[in-house]
Design a protein around this ligand. Structure first.
Ligand code: UDP
Length: 237
């Protein structure tokens, strides 16, 4: 398989065409951004770590019947994925109050939510990814009502699998963000990445943060935290 023309460069990844119909080539970068790009930096080996961690999560989900865009890893920081048209909605699932939810609703960080909640954000940098609901998604024609139901249902399934799996590794799955795409057959397909960049992982006992909040909040030990997640995943898989 050949790496073709670059189609898109995001904050954490580059996407390339390939010579195979329906397959894209992803390169995970070491670049790190937070607060919609206002804070920029690098996390050593992040491309390698997130490529690996994401691949393991996507394989785990597939094993549990949750289809996704992952095809195969091809190098330390590259993987092949199925071609999709990304839906411009970020789907956030939360089990414990943290980040923007804690701030917006005045909840203490770490408060366990009475039940899991799903939120939508409009994936638009210029607007700062605003919080939106089903009606906003509808008027902006970002997804159909059926697609919204499907994304929410898949997001909750992902939560069930990941939350239980991480619990066994001694990690609390606080919250995470998913992105979905429309595949060549017009179906909703889980896409993007699942990594410490897009999830909040806390050590279940010490509550130590093992995710991008270490970068956002200048806590230090960012690479080590991502490595710790990979180490625990690899020990179990
Ligand atoms: N998240 C993400 N990309 C974004 C915004 C959020 O991956 O553009 C993830 C974030 O890592 C966390 C969850 O989604 O796991 C919820 O984030 P929150 O709304 O609390 O926003 P933040 O505090 O990151 O601004």
């Amino acid at each position: 398989m050949n790496k073709g023309q670059m189609l898109y460069e995001g904050k954490a990844k580059r996407i390339y065409q390939t010579n195979e119909e329906g397959i894209y080539w992803v390169e995970y970068k070491d670049d790190a951004t937070a607060f919609n790009g206002a804070k920029k930096g690098q996390i050593a080996n992040k491309g390698f770590l997130n490529n690996k961690i994401s691949a393991l999560f996507f394989q785990l989900l597939k094993k549990h019947g949750i289809e996704n865009h992952f095809v195969q890893s091809i190098s330390e920081n590259e993987q092949l994925i199925r071609k999709v048209e990304i839906v411009k909605v970020e789907v956030v699932v939360r089990n414990v109050a943290a980040g923007s939810l804690a701030k917006r609703l005045g909840l203490e960080e770490g408060t366990e939510l009475p039940h899991t909640i799903v939120e939508f954000y409009y994936k638009d940098d210029a607007l700062n990814d605003p919080f939106i609901n089903d009606d906003h998604i509808s008027i902006l024609k970002l997804a159909t009502p059926e697609q919204i139901v499907e994304m929410k249902s898949q997001a909750l399934k992902v939560n069930q699998v990941l939350r239980q799996f991480m619990k066994e590794l001694g990690i609390l799955l606080v919250d995470f963000k998913l992105e979905f795409g429309i595949d060549v057959e017009g179906k909703i397909l889980l896409a993007d990445e699942i990594s410490p960049d897009t999830c909040r992982f806390w050590d279940a006992v010490t509550k130590e943060k093992l995710d991008k909040d270490r970068f956002r909040q200048d806590l230090g030990g960012v690479e080590e935290a991502y490595q710790e997640i990979l180490k625990r995943l690899e020990a179990q898989m």
